[in-house]
Unconditional design. Structure first.
Length: 410
């Protein structure tokens, strides 16, 4: 077992001989620490000074048992990574905590490396807002936020990222409106002069569209496209796609596209798959009726674009310079070589339930698992470039247009 390293300094055994009153007295008097050799009066080890096992947060009691205690945050509209259990429920505690791959991963790491973790619900905007760090991370409401992909560009100026437990698993894509089953833009379009809507607060961030290549032509896009966030656009209050349909930022961006306010939508390549709902299902974070029109009213004209990312899905993001990434990375590297990592990746989430065997970076235990198989274009279309869609039997009707499908004749 590997202990969490970095900025973590374990409390000394002498701490067990102190009372809560002693500790409060040291805090209140502010006489605990100064120079490294300063004597602390009243402590059972006069040559040392108590050190917290984790970065201290306002309003949170520190760990006193030598095990770091982390407060980690996420929202609940990002299955299978972060969501809440759905009915039928087995217990009246089923809705008390977030669930998902992110929760499984950090808790398994804690068991392996000897730290405690509390996962709390937050707004994504408290972690990362519209082009800047969210107030939750900036003000230290929690140590880190989870399930973020390590994107290039602006986020790196505000945040530090842990390493990824996942391979490059989050390609980007471009959604367009379908008219009579045909895309309003072709996959070969260079986006010159086009308006692109970005999902506010979500990766891939707007600036990363400059780094990807068209998966039909192999060329970068023209630099004169116009990109706007979904929150910048005023949605109509009536028609087939009124503003009232929006439950979250992905809905807002898609509604802007469907109302003709944008020519394409810059989004995760697997977002439509993750937001697919069973008949009659409802979700708090997105509109099932809207996203179930995938393949009939809208589709991807570009998929399998990885140039926007530095790394895959990470354990956590934190305020730059906080040291949280370094503290967790040593644990993650050790944990990823274990059978427990393999078992954690096999936990099923989402609808329909599925595991992360194809997403997690495989170790030797994966290679011995008969369920571990390579990507299949009939099941994980979003992992493949648009240039592969025609030979893979995909078209706008399946939600993944191929390079040969053209807009309707004008």
């Amino acid at each position: 077992m590997k202990a969490v390293a970095g900025m973590i300094i374990l409390a000394t055994p002498a701490m067990s001989q102190m009372t809560c009153g002693d500790m409060k007295g040291l805090y209140k008097s502010n006489n605990c620490c100064g120079l490294p050799d300063k004597v602390v009066e009243g402590a059972s080890m006069p040559s040392s000074c108590w050190q917290p096992a984790e970065a201290l947060l306002p309003g949170v009691m520190p760990s006193v048992n030598g095990r770091p205690k982390y407060i980690m945050a996420l929202d609940i509209d990002y299955p299978p990574y972060a969501y809440t259990k759905q009915a039928p429920f087995g217990s009246n505690t089923d809705l008390d905590s977030p669930v998902g791959v992110g929760v499984d991963m950090i808790k398994a790491m804690g068991e392996h490396c000897g730290f405690d973790v509390e996962v709390v619900q937050a707004h994504w905007s408290d972690c990362w807002g519209d082009g800047e760090i969210g107030q939750g991370l900036l003000q230290g409401w929690y140590h880190g936020c989870m399930t973020y992909t390590h994107a290039a560009a602006v986020r790196n100026r505000y945040l530090e990222f842990t390493n990824s437990w996942a391979r490059l698993n989050k390609p980007s894509g471009l959604l367009v409106k379908l008219v009579g089953g045909k895309p309003t833009l072709s996959g070969t379009d260079d986006l010159s002069g086009k308006t692109i809507v970005d999902v506010t607060g979500w990766a891939p961030t707007a600036d990363t569209l400059y780094f990807v290549k068209n998966q039909c032509t192999g060329e970068k896009y023209a630099s004169d496209f116009i990109i706007k966030s979904g929150d910048e656009m005023t949605l109509p209050t009536d028609g087939d796609y009124p503003a009232s349909m929006a439950k979250g930022p992905n809905d807002k961006a898609l509604l802007a596209l469907m109302n003709g306010l944008a020519d394409a939508m810059w989004v995760y390549g697997d977002q439509a798959a993750n937001y697919h709902c069973a008949d009659g299902e409802t979700q708090d974070g997105w509109n099932c009726d809207l996203w179930n029109k995938f393949g009939t009213d809208f589709a991807y004209i570009q998929s399998g674009m990885f140039g926007w990312m530095h790394n895959g899905t990470t354990v956590a993001i934190a305020k730059k310079g906080s040291g949280i990434a370094k503290a967790l990375d040593g644990c993650l590297a050790d944990f990823m070589q274990t059978k427990k990592f393999h078992e954690t990746c096999k936990i099923e989430h989402g609808n329909p339930p599925h595991n992360q065997l194809k997403t997690c970076i495989p170790n030797d235990y994966f290679m011995e698992d008969p369920d571990y198989k390579p990507d299949d274009i009939t099941k994980e279309q979003f992992m493949f470039p648009t240039s592969a869609m025609a030979d893979g039997g995909q078209s706008c009707a399946t939600g993944y247009c191929n390079c040969n499908e053209m807009p309707p004749a004008q």
